[in-house]
Design a protein around this ligand. Structure first.
Ligand SMILES: [Zn+2]
Length: 410
């Protein structure tokens, strides 16, 4: 009797664990992602069918769980790649998902181990057959509406704004439930508007929607459009809720300038683990954090930009640190694009969380960042052709203190 009970409990546990507990679909121009989350790793088979284009995903699970059943009809008309999605029990032990596609696509499927609040995830990414660069397409669009040549302006400076996190990666979450990914997108959109209103600049967003973008893809986008600058927007959390203030970060070619900078860089770089990238891209990410000497010049320009932005942020918020900090942020590794990461405020601080959700305050932050960019561009106008070519700064101007640690007196 006791044994029978134990076996029954075991069987029950197996079927529950192989069950899909939640599903998410993130449609975007870059790619559409379908995530299936379960307690145990899901076993699957995938194949494509032609005429019409379909993708079939067979899951080894007994049950058409409520989460899976919910997928029926979950696809929106705006999805660029998926027309429809059908889920049904196919045969004992197998639930079949059929994705009706709008065109031939390139699927990528991979499993992710549990991390943060997530269990096991099976991720299906639907990429366009010819990898399109939506940012490049956007640039071409803006070039049509905004001619690059203006009186007295050699070339419009292209500012790539990167709203941190997105999709599977919510970023930090405040005590009242605000998600960093939403706040960063709102501030980024405001900043884009302000930049586009400037006579000598134009802005592009790495993502303009709620979906996950790997850190390397953000860097690649900035490089693809030969950006003059990249500004990554964040609002992170720290363990202690009393920690507050705005900060600006640049890449470090050595160790981080403070423990806080090191922790934040680690937190930001974990975005790829939480958001979920396939193995190949993970390797890319490791390679990216290896910095060669050619990058030092770009870092110097990043520090100049960072200082201008930090000064302006100090007008609208307390500064967490009165100088630009440096650490190994993967999103700042574009070799030839001066890049900064702006921590607008701490979402973990209740007062700052409230302000981060305030429209007028978001505008103030965006305006401060704009003013910093404006000051930098006035000093370093874009060259008439080609990408920015950086030349090294004298050591005295560098923020690493020429080997000393200028931040040790904190
Ligand atoms: Zn962040």
């Amino acid at each position: 009797m006791a044994i029978g009970y134990a076996i029954a409990a075991f069987l029950f546990a197996v079927s529950v664990e192989a069950q899909v507990l939640s599903t998410r679909i993130w449609p975007a121009r870059d790619y559409t992602r379908l995530t299936l989350e379960s307690k145990e790793e899901l076993q699957y088979t995938i194949f494509s069918v032609k005429d019409p284009e379909r993708l079939v995903l067979d899951l080894e699970t007994d049950e058409l769980s409520p989460a899976l059943a919910e997928l029926n009809g979950k696809v929106t008309a705006e999805d660029p790649y998926v027309q429809g999605l059908r889920v049904a029990r196919n045969r004992p032990g197998v639930v079949r998902l059929v994705l009706d596609l709008k065109a031939e696509i390139k699927p990528q499927i991979f499993s992710l181990p549990p991390i943060a609040d997530y269990g096991h995830r099976l991720v299906l990414d639907i990429h366009p057959l010819v990898p399109l660069d939506p940012l490049l397409a956007l640039l071409q669009e803006t070039e049509k509406t905004r001619p690059a040549q203006k009186p007295g302006v050699a070339r419009l400076a292209t500012i790539v704004i990167d709203p941190g996190h997105g999709g599977e990666d919510p970023g930090a979450i405040g005590r009242r439930g605000s998600r960093e990914k939403d706040i960063t997108l709102n501030i980024a959109r405001r900043l884009k508007k302000l930049i586009d209103a400037e006579p000598n600049m134009r802005a592009l967003l790495t993502r303009d929607g709620d979906y996950f973008l790997p850190l390397g893809a953000r860097v690649d986008k900035a490089r693809a459009v030969r950006a003059d600058l990249l500004v990554s927007i964040h609002a992170d959390a720290f363990k202690r809720p009393n920690v507050r203030g705005s900060s600006v970060f640049a890449l470090s070619d050595r160790r981080a300038t403070s423990e806080m900078a090191r922790i934040l860089a680690k937190q930001e770089n974990d975005s790829d683990l939480i958001g979920g990238v396939a193995l190949k891209q993970k390797d890319d990410h490791v390679n990216r954090t290896i910095i060669d000497l050619s990058q030092t010049a770009t870092i110097d320009y990043s520090l100049r930009l960072g200082n201008s932005v930090l000064k302006r942020l100090g007008v609208v918020n307390d500064l967490h640190k009165p100088h630009v900090e440096q650490a190994s942020f993967a999103v700042l590794t574009a070799h030839d694009v001066p890049s900064i990461l702006v921590e607008t405020a701490f979402i973990s601080n209740p007062q700052e969380e409230r302000r981060l959700n305030d429209d007028a305050y978001q505008d103030k932050l965006a305006r401060a960042i704009l003013e910093g960019i404006r000051e930098y561009i006035a000093k370093h106008p874009p060259r008439p052709v080609g990408p920015v070519t950086a030349s090294p700064l004298p050591v005295a101007l560098r923020n690493d203190g020429g080997g000393m640690n200028p931040f040790s007196g904190r």
